[in-house]
Design a protein around this ligand. Structure first.
Ligand SMILES: [Ca+2]
Ligand SMILES: [Ca+2]
Length: 104
């Protein structure tokens, strides 16, 4: 499922951490999610279908994930607690960190 980057069958804010990991360290993502679950990163993360997962996919993944999670602006990221960033905050960080080029 596109956007289900952690392969748990749901597309929600729990996928944001996995997406961030995939952007930062593909090898780590492959070990933690790809191989154990048998999912293809391009299948779940190449949101704009250009054949690679990179910063171009941030906006698309953000839309896909946030469209399906009512709790996007509450908790659920990186465990529990009140200090966690909201999904929009995380995506804002990712755009800044990786540099979002937006849609072609
Ligand atoms: Ca998921
Ligand atoms: Ca892509």
């Amino acid at each position: 499922m596109l956007g289900d980057v952690n392969g748990d069958g749901y597309r929600n804010n729990y996928d944001i951490d996995a997406f961030e990991l995939a952007l930062e360290e593909y090898e780590d993502w492959e070990q933690e999610f790809g191989e154990p679950i048998g999912i293809n990163l391009l299948g779940v993360g190449d949101c704009n279908n250009d054949g690679v997962l990179n910063n171009y996919d941030i906006d698309c993944i953000a839309d896909a994930v946030c469209a399906n999670c009512m709790e996007c602006d509450s908790d659920g990221l990186s465990g529990s607690g009140d200090d966690n960033p909201t999904a929009p905050e995380v995506f804002a960080f990712l755009r800044e960190y990786f540099g979002s080029k937006g849609s072609p």
